[in-house]
Write a protein that binds this ligand. Structure first.
Ligand code: ADP
Ligand code: MG
Length: 139
């Protein structure tokens, strides 16, 4: 599925809808350059799942992962930008988390071949300063 020329509210609506509809376990790999909208997407997704539209969702750039308890499992919001080698993800328990939670992964390229099979892939590209294209691929 491909959605083009989305303004910010339209972009957030797609992330919200996915957050409402998707069931676990779900790994969502978020591809896109710096400033594309991976964190913005994650924020809307997490707020939708937790039914809290003003929940503070901070970018986990410095601590790799931020978790949110949800219905007996967790939502993992991961930013692998600063990951030096794929082995480091085992240290934070990410590979285990993939099997039974919701995981949103920014910079999934850093996983190398540790990326899970069956993940949903989302590619975000910048059409203009204020518009984005989202391509969603299910396995
Ligand atoms: P990333 O995590 O991919 O580096 P961010 O989500 O942190 O990117 O930043 C995206 C920025 O672009 C945010 O400041 C957001 O408000 C802005 N933006 C402007 N227009 C849009 C749009 N149509 N869709 C998503 N983000 C947009
Ligand atoms: Mg980000």
């Amino acid at each position: 599925m491909k959605f083009s020329n989305l303004n910010l509210p339209e972009f957030e609506k797609i992330a919200t809808t996915l957050g409402i509809e998707i069931s676990k376990p779900a790994v969502i790999l978020l591809y896109g350059d710096l400033g594309a909208g991976k964190t913005t997407f994650s924020k809307s997704f997490i707020r939708a799942k937790l039914k809290d539209s003003s929940l503070e969702v901070v970018s986990p750039t410095f601590n790799l992962v931020q978790t949110y308890p949800f219905e007996g499992c967790e939502i993992w919001h991961v930013d692998l930008y600063r990951l030096k080698n794929p082995g480091e993800v085992e240290g934070i328990g990410l590979l285990e988390a993939f099997t039974s939670n919701y995981c949103l992964v920014e910079w999934p390229e850093r996983l190398g071949d540790l990326g899970p099979a069956g993940a949903l892939t989302i590619k975000i590209t910048q059409d203009s300063e204020h518009t984005r294209t989202i391509e969603i691929e299910a396995p």
